[in-house]
Every structure is written in structure tokens, then in C-alpha cells.
Design a protein around this ligand. Sequence first.
Ligand code: TXA
Ligand code: MG
Length: 338
Amino acid sequence: MKFLPVTPKSLEQAAKILQSGGLVAFPTETVYGLGADAYNPQAVAKIFEAKGRPKFDPLIVHISAIETLKNVAALSLLDKETNKKLFLLAENFWPGPLSIILPKNEKIPGLVTSGLSTVAVRFPDHEAALHLISSSGGAVAAPSANPFGSLSPTRAEHVRNSMGEKVDMILDGGQTRIGLESTVLDITGGKIKILRPGGTPKEAIEKLAGKIKNYEPKSNDAFASPGQLKNHYAPKTKLFTLTQDEIIQKPYEQDCAFLFFDGYARDAWLTERGKAVNKEEIIRVLSETGDLLEAAACLFETLHELDNLNIFRIFAQLAPKQGLGEAINDRLIRGAAA
Ligand code: TXA
Ligand code: MG
């Protein structure tokens, strides 16, 4: 396995690996992806094997130009209204953390979409990713580059630690900017539906496309979005979610970590505890000022870090239920269900 910083030369090598059917882990603006040539079923099969991912869980196809849409999706199957919606969304959110479910083009092997007649398409907002995609054939199938069910990688080291020997190359582009996966949006059924909350907040989509039904994480919602199993995104350490009030009242427990959403809750908790706590290293705050962007960006990062402390439990405060808070809470609740 090669572990290389992103440079013109390493990108060229990575593109060659993809073209010859290999696997490359690469940075995007959301999380690191584990890429294979989306048109090559043998290469795509390696993704499922490397991740230990069940075959019923479809992959996202990454493109680097709008023109490629017609090669991966069957746009002629969209009615006029949906077609309009698609291009409105694409114009406003691409490149960016939004995956759109569309009818599948026959050029995309069934393995990519787990036999579904639809395909998830994403145009990432990351220079190195776009370069890699465009120089390797134009369509890269990529799930998050982590073993199935576990925490998503926001650094190249996370990929190396969890799947190092299973990939041909890891491109190191530093910490990812958004830190949470893309929002998965289904526009095929007449109404717009969020299948997975993510880096593009619901409110932003609603401004353009009208009211969307509230996303509610259901247990094992295997039909809507096969990958959205209840116990996804789990650290090895047992995780518990608490509301702001609950975490402030939660007594200190030895060898447990407290992950606060903001500095306000941390301060209130410390005040309640008085001088009883001195183990600074197990207290973390996602954003001192309660900034959702900042909190999202370091969520997985912080969970990875806490997971390596060999502690007993992680108590995590839920974020406010708006904007990126919805995606943060989705990941925390699923991580806690493992
Ligand atoms: O930000 C992201 O989306 C990252 C980066 C690497 O692009 N990718 C990612 O992929 O999170 P993955 O495989 O970990 O999650 C893909 C999600 C799964 O929940 C899967 O079920 C859903 O997208 N999905 C993919 N194709 C689908 C389809 N045709 N219909 C419904 N859901 C689909
Ligand atoms: Mg994933």
C-alpha cells in the first residue's frame, strides 16, 4: 500500500491504479472515500470486500463534471418537473456535499447500486478528488473509507489505521473540511425526500425546492436507503447520547468521556460538579461557541480520538435540531445504537 500526500504525481499514479481496477482512498470535502472505477464491476467488488460491506448497500458514484451525469444516470426517464428540480439542485449545490438519487444508466454495473434501478450521484467540492475522477475515467464509485459500520474517516491516518492493507493507495489531503458525509436526497418519487441528513442542511434545500418532510431516523430503515442501518457510525467504545439538560445533570464517572456540543453545557456541567473533576483529558467540546459547522467538522475526528483512549463509555450531548445539527445527531444516535 502506498501512502502519499496529494501531489500532481501521486494523483497521476492514483488515476492509473483506478484505471487498472485497483482501490484508492482519497480525500473529499466530507470524509475520505474508498474509490474504484464505477464502470468496472470487478474493481467495485473489491470495495465491498475491503469494507466487509453487505452487497445490499449501494455505493455513491462520484463525478467531476455535469456532462458526466448522462453517462451514469438515465436522465430520459425523468419527467420534466423532476428534471428541472435536478438541474436547480445541481446548479446550486454542486460541487458540494449532496448526493442525488436518479434512475441508473445501464453503463453502471448493478453491483454499484446493489441491483437497484437508481443510482446516487455526487459531485464533490474538492480539487484533488475532482482531478482524480476526471483523470481516471470520469466516474468513481466510493463509499466512506472505513470498515462497514464503523466511524467515517476524516483523516488519511484513519484510513491507514483501519483498512491500510486493503487498499492500493491512500492519498493524504489532511483533515476533511466538512467532516460529515453528504446529504442523500431522493428526487425520483415526485416528492423530495432526505434519505440521509448530511453536509447540505435541509433548510438550504427547502429554500430552493420547497418544504421537505422532517427526516426521522428509523430503526433499520433498510428500504429507503439500504446503507442507513441503525447501528452505523459506531466507535468501539460504547456511546450514549444525552440532551443538554441530561448531560449537565450527569454525574462524573471514572474512565468515561464527556463530549459536549458547546462550551455553555461544559461550563454548566463543571459548575454542577464543583472540584470533583480533574481529568481534563476526557472532556471534549465540539464547538466552544456552539457553531454547527465547526461541530460537524470535528465530530468524527473527536470520536476517533476518544475511541483510542481505551475508556469505558462516551457520553455525548446532542446538537440543536437544525441545520447541520440534524446530521450530527443522526450520526450520534446511530453510533449509540450499536
Ligand atoms: O460524503 C459522502 O457521501 C461520502 C464521500 C466519500 O463521498 N460517501 C459516503 O458513502 O458516505 P457511503 O457508502 O458510506 O454512504 C452512501 C449512502 C448509504 O447510506 C447508501 O445506502 C446510500 O448512500 N445510497 C447509495 N445509493 C443509493 C440508492 N440508489 N438509493 C438509496 N440510497 C442509496
Ligand atoms: Mg459510510
